[in-house]
Each structure stands twice: as structure tokens, then as C-alpha cells.
Design a protein around this ligand. Structure first.
Ligand code: UDP
Length: 241
């Protein structure tokens, strides 16, 4: 295992929302967004960082959206879950093309395509600096990939969960709708709950709080933002107990 004294964390879980991966398109896979993120991750892995990855699927299908057009909610979520596997396989392929070792683990068995999730195997891979891409969310409908990100963070004992989004961090209200929205650099879990700030769904958020998991919400579309976090620079919003 290699370590690097310049990095403030040894093991992280990076959650990327699907929307980031559609680039400027309204739907689908923007290969350049995948390549850009994969390269940023590679730079850090080369410095010794252990990286777990959870990828959402807002760029493809979300259960809630499909159910609004009349589909059964459980089937809709199954489609959402499978879409996270599509994104994960895409990311693995891109990582392979830039010589970054990764392994896709799925919460549901998909024989012949990827490994089934196992926390001990995941930790062993992370220790070898192999990026572990946790796909298929929690494997259950009615959850989100934020829940999966919190769960896998706790199981694999990461130092911090980094939630990469399209916005700079947590605001008092939607900055696109309210130009007076206040940006928070630091928050405590209780502040987020009391002020009903939108960070992630409550199931995921309270799980993270109960297990004392620090998290940082940041804009992954800002080039170099991930690196800056890892060298201790102020980026996004830090949420702690
Ligand atoms: N999903 C699910 N269970 C999980 C994780 C995800 O049912 O444990 C489904 C759900 O339909 C969700 C979709 O997969 O809408 C995509 O996940 P998410 O909405 O978290 O993606 P993101 O917003 O991060 O792109």
C-alpha cells in the first residue's frame, strides 16, 4: 500500500450524481465528463489515495420520474438500479483506457458482467489502490444512491464521503432561484436537519450522522476541485457531527 503525506485523507468514497455525467445534454452518457472525472481520480490514486466510487443514474433513469409517467414504482426503481450499473461499467471502461485499475461490484448478482458486492473483498481491493465502483445502489427499491454511498462509506471505513454535484455546496435555499441564498462552508448534522437544508434524502443523511461519517458536498464540474479537497483546501461544504 502506498501513502502520500500531501493528501489529508487515505481512503475516500466519491459519490457522483448521474446528472454530472450527462454533460450539457439532457439525457445519457457524456463520455468527456466520464474521462475528466476518471483522470482526476487517477491523479489521486497515483498519489496513494484509496477510492471507492458510487455513481447515480440521474442521467439515465430515476425511479421517481418513471413512476410519475405511470410505471410501477418498484419496477421503476429496478430500472434506476440497473442504470447505475450501466454508468459504473462505462466508468470502468474509461478507467481501463487510462490504465487505472478498477473493479465494479454490484449489490445484486449480475453473473458474467460484474462481481457481487462483498465488504471484505472491497476493503482488500481498496488497500491495493484499486478503485472499487459500488454499483446497483443498495440493491433495494425505494432507496437512493446517496443511501448506497453512506452505507458503503461506513462499511469500508472511509475517512470521508465526498458528494460531487453540479453545485458548489450547501446553500440556505436554491441559489438559482434565490440570489440571496447563503452559502455554508461548514455545517453540523443537526444544523442541516433543523434548517431542513437539502443535502441528500433523510434516510441516507441520518445513517451518516448515526455513524459519525464526515461528508463534503462540492462541485465536481469545477476542474481540480477534488484534488484541492484532498490537499486540504477549502472547497464546498463540510458537514460533521
Ligand atoms: N435506486 C434504488 N435503490 C438504490 C439506489 C438507487 O432504487 O439503492 C434507483 C432509484 O430509482 C433512483 C435511481 O436508482 O432514482 C438512481 O439513483 P439516484 O436517484 O440516487 O441517482 P442520482 O440522483 O445520484 O443521479
Amino acid at each position: 500500500m502506498s501513502t502520500n503525506m500531501n493528501l489529508i485523507y487515505q481512503r475516500i468514497l466519491l459519490k457522483i450524481s448521474g446528472e454530472v455525467l450527462q454533460g450539457i445534454n439532457k439525457f445519457g452518457i457524456d463520455i468527456n465528463s466520464f474521462i475528466r472525472i476518471a483522470k482526476e481520480v487517477k491523479c489521486l490514486v497515483d498519489m496513494g489515495l484509496q477510492v471507492g466510487l458510487v455513481i447515480g443514474s440521474g442521467n439515465l433513469f430515476r425511479g421517481e420520474k418513471l413512476s410519475k409517467i405511470g410505471m410501477n414504482r418498484i419496477t421503476s426503481d429496478h430500472i434506476g438500479i440497473l442504470s447505475t450499473v450501466i454508468n459504473s461499467l462505462t466508468m470502468q471502461d474509461i478507467m481501463r483506457s487510462i490504465s487505472l485499475k478498477s473493479c465494479v461490484m454490484s449489490a445484486i448478482p449480475i453473473h458474467g458482467i460484474c462481481q457481487i458486492y462483498n465488504w471484505e473483498k472491497a476493503i482488500n481491493l481498496l488497500r491495493k489502490n484499486i478503485v472499487v465502483i459500488f454499483s446497483a445502489g443498495t440493491g433495494n427499491p425505494l432507496f437512493t444512491t446517496d443511501s448506497a454511498a453512506c452505507l458503503r462509506s461506513i462499511e469500508t471505513k472511509v475517512d470521508i464521503l465526498l458528494k460531487g454535484t453540479k453545485v458548489d455546496g450547501v446553500y440556505s435555499s436554491d441559489p438559482q432561484k434565490n440570489k440571496h441564498a447563503i452559502f455554508y462552508k461548514k455545517l453540523q448534522y443537526e444544523d442541516v436537519l433543523k434548517r431542513e437544508l437539502r443535502v441528500m434524502d433523510l434516510t441516507a443523511f441520518t445513517l451518516a450522522r448515526d455513524h459519525n461519517l464526515p461528508m463534503r458536498v462540492f462541485n465536481i464540474n469545477k476542474p481540480g476541485s477534488l484534488y484541492r479537497i484532498l490537499i486540504g483546501k477549502d472547497e464546498g461544504t463540510l458537514i460533521t457531527i
